[in-house]
Design a protein around this ligand. Structure first.
Ligand SMILES: [Zn+2]
Ligand SMILES: [Zn+2]
Length: 159
């Protein structure tokens, strides 16, 4: 994957700046992982990121390490599905939001409300400090629900 500096997206530039502010070197695999995250249309598994970045199977550890580094810099957020599968996606412009994630196709759409702040305030009143929250909402998206319904109809075993 070839990347020209002048055509880099704002997210890549921001992540690059965050790394250099933390005295962390930009490596080729790191940049490849970043480009995949930047172009992704939905949250991806580390394995999907590895494959799309054109990295070898043995580079999966490197992918995880870079995802963790990006997460520490708040440039990437992790979504943990109900079955423990982890998905990663770029965080843009410091906007705080939660997703509803399709448990079938892993499509994730932002929700425009957050109940977390109320919960955090409650925790703060209880004397907790450095309070944060993680909220994930799961469901089956409209497309997948229709596909599933069509599959049931097409199955001759159903009356
Ligand atoms: Zn879906
Ligand atoms: Zn929230």
């Amino acid at each position: 994957m070839k990347i020209k500096r002048q055509t880099e997206s704002p997210w890549i530039r921001e992540a690059r700046a965050a790394f250099s502010a933390n005295n962390q070197r930009m490596t080729r695999p790191r940049l490849q992982v970043m480009c995949v995250l930047d172009a992704a249309q939905r949250p991806l598994k580390a394995e999907e990121i590895r494959r799309e970045a054109g990295l070898a199977e043995t580079d999966l550890v490197t992918v995880y390490r870079n995802l963790e580094a990006l997460r520490q810099l708040h440039m990437v957020q992790r979504i943990v599905l109900e079955d423990g599968v982890q998905l990663f996606e770029a965080v843009r412009a410091d906007r705080h939001f939660h997703h509803v994630v399709c448990r079938v196709c892993h499509k994730a759409e932002p929700l425009d409300a957050c109940a977390g702040h109320e919960l955090e305030q409650q925790a703060s009143r209880m004397g907790y400090q450095a309070v944060t929250h993680v909220i994930e909402v799961f469901g089956v998206c409209g497309d997948c629900a229709r596909r599933q319904a069509a599959a049931v109809k097409a199955d001759p075993r159903t009356p």
